[in-house]
Design a binder for this molecule. Structure first.
Ligand code: FES
Length: 123
């Protein structure tokens, strides 16, 4: 059993000590706000704060966390209102789902639509 403190709450998790923190957060504890992207510390989708230091959780064996405080994106909400970072994640997720849906319906138009939406975001 490994004891963790996530967003100020204590958890005891029954996982191997070399399990990446990302998987423990998502699959064992159910905090799915931390995302899997590349799995090799390049994209930052899995970033959490460990004792205030931004850390790629896909590369952190859970057994090395010890008594440090882990903060995930779920901790950013205040009074039930989404933090701007949480809202941005939701917006990006919705845009990705819409693109995938359009791809299924219209095949070849996918790339052009993706470029158009990316251009809108840049401006
Ligand atoms: S999943 Fe990309 S940096 Fe961790």
């Amino acid at each position: 059993m490994i004891a963790l403190t996530i967003n100020g709450k204590s958890y005891d998790v029954d996982v191997e000590s070399d399990t990446p923190l990302l998987w423990v957060l998502r699959d064992t504890i159910g905090l799915s706000g931390t995302k899997y992207g590349c799995g090799i510390a390049l994209c930052g989708a899995c970033t959490v704060h460990i004792d205030g230091v931004a850390t790629r959780s896909c590369q952190v064996p859970v057994g090395t966390v010890g008594s440090k405080n882990v903060t995930t994106i779920e901790a950013l909400a205040e009074n039930g209102k989404l933090h701007p970072v949480q809202k941005a994640w939701l917006d990006l997720g919705c845009a990705a789902m819409r693109l995938l849906s359009e791809r299924n319906d219209h095949g070849g138009r996918f790339a052009a639509q993706a470029e158009t939406q990316a251009d809108r975001r840049r401006h």
